[in-house]
Design a protein around this ligand. Structure first.
Ligand code: FMN
Length: 187
């Protein structure tokens, strides 16, 4: 297991990690092995407890693991590992050990068996809390039960998928806090 230190991240601020829509990775652990996939189809559904809706295809190895274990970790990568993130999303845990193949380091989570990813900026431990739309849309609703940030990572820019193999990297921040009059607690 890695020496990287993960600092606890407040659940009340988890929405600020997912709301910008970064490409993330999802780890699962079934009886056979740890696995990791790439995911960009996700959305925030509730502030606290933080709920995240995710589309995970039924043809993915991760789908079966998630259905069986009802838990996973959402790991948020930065731009410096973007190539590996895309490679992880182009092969299956059915055929390869992706942690080993791509040199990602699993770390023990506190509340789930799925591992944190040491190389990522943030890691969100999640329980599946609703499967109503899994059969129809492969839509899992996840509750984040523990969150971690890696303060040692210098590169903090995330990537955002255009859906064609190109990605937008975080850039200029527009500060419109003065206009957020309806939501003073958020600014
Ligand atoms: C940038 C990117 C985003 C992706 N987003 C999703 C997604 O939101 N949902 C999904 O089911 N697959 C998504 N994929 C595809 C899976 O990561 C891919 O099918 C992967 O091989 C599944 O791994 P597994 O079989 O080990 O679970 C994405 C792939 C890439 C490269």
């Amino acid at each position: 297991m890695a020496k990287t230190t993960m600092k606890e991240f407040p659940l009340s601020k988890v929405f600020q990690l997912i709301e910008p829509g970064p490409v993330v990775m999802v780890t699962t652990a079934n009886k056979k092995k740890n696995n990791i996939m790439t995911m960009s189809w996700h959305m925030m559904m509730e502030f606290e407890p933080p709920l995240i809706g995710c589309i995970i295809s039924s043809s993915d190895y991760s789908f079966a693991a998630l259905c069986a274990t009802k838990e996973c970790v959402i790991a948020i990568p930065s731009v410096d590992i973007a190539t590996k993130v895309v490679e992880v999303g182009n092969c299956s845990g059915q055929d390869v050990d992706k942690f080993e193949t791509f040199g990602f380091t699993p770390m023990s989570a506190k509340k789930v068996k799925a591992p944190l990813v040491a190389e990522c900026l943030e890691n969100l431990e999640c329980h599946v809390v609703n499967t109503t739309l899994v059969n129809k849309y492969c839509l899992f609703v996840l509750e984040v039960v523990k969150a971690w940030t890696n303060p040692d990572r210098k590169e903090r820019r995330t990537i955002h998928a255009n859906g064609d193999g190109t990605f937008v990297v975080d850039g200029r921040t527009l500060n419109l806090k003065a206009k957020m009059v309806k939501f003073p607690s958020l600014v």
